[in-house]
Design a protein around this ligand. Sequence first.
Ligand SMILES: NC(=O)c1ccc[n+]([C@@H]2O[C@H](COP(=O)([O-])OP(=O)(O)OC[C@H]3O[C@@H](n4cnc5c(N)ncnc54)[C@H](OP(=O)(O)O)[C@@H]3O)[C@@H](O)[C@H]2O)c1
Length: 258
Amino acid sequence: MKETVVGIIGGTHGMGRWFARLLRNDDYKVHVCGRKTRLGIDDLAGLCHVVVVAVPIAATAEVIKQVGPLMGKDSLLMDLTSIKKEPVELMLASSRADVIGCHPLFGPSLKNVRGQNVILCPARANKRWLSWLKKLLVQGGLIVTEKTPAEHDKMMAIVQVLNHLNTISLGLTLAATGIPLAEIKKFSTPIFKTKVEIIKKIFTETPGLYADIIMHNPAAGEISALYKKSLAEISALLKAGDGKRMKEVMIKKAGKLF
Ligand SMILES: NC(=O)c1ccc[n+]([C@@H]2O[C@H](COP(=O)([O-])OP(=O)(O)OC[C@H]3O[C@@H](n4cnc5c(N)ncnc54)[C@H](OP(=O)(O)O)[C@@H]3O)[C@@H](O)[C@H]2O)c1
């Protein structure tokens, strides 16, 4: 058993449970707590050298404020939150511990995480904790990139906010047609079937997580405005019946994108 003891608040489910498994597979002692566990946040902080906050986004600030002051100067406070600016700032403000923001860019149900991305935001990290965390993640087959919280949130506004806004608007529009999905499915193409599966996942599995990812990203307003502008541009071309221009726009943007 390795010397470093890790505590995961929110380690009983989801990403926290995934991180606990990664650590235990590497021979670390891990304590986990949730709202229903006998072990509470205060006990866990007293037992561990590293505390990881892995609770739902809406509960993250309160949990950081509770655990931050309990952490010693030589310990590490980190989180797995899908947004980084607010939690990292709060971890720095509420604790004397080293602080590293961490965002695994996949969900806990993914069977093989080898080759997946993780973003680290080292905010107050001595070499020891940063290399400890990087080694753990790289050994687990993950690709680690270091960024500031603001850089992270800006990119996640594209990869998650724009992506999920698009899926949610597609789902709302499908529902607004009033046509039962069973009927629509009889006409489905392979791409449409894939899109419906994505809408189903977002709308039925963890809708709260996706709503929080959109609402808490500081760059969400900006990307949403760009999205609205693109939709307006497409609608204007449609209204004008200008298919030639629509094709030209796509070819021009493809040249830029790919
Ligand atoms: N799911 C993903 O795909 C994904 C991917 C990357 C990052 N993340 C991030 O990971 C974090 C957790 O998300 P998740 O999807 O793993 O959530 P989840 O599956 O709902 O698990 C949340 C965990 O936190 C505990 N919890 C909830 N409220 C708490 C509180 N007030 N105090 C202490 N423990 C509490 C829950 O246990 P009890 O309910 O028993 O209290 C559970 O163990 C979020 O910050 C999210 O942004 C998620």
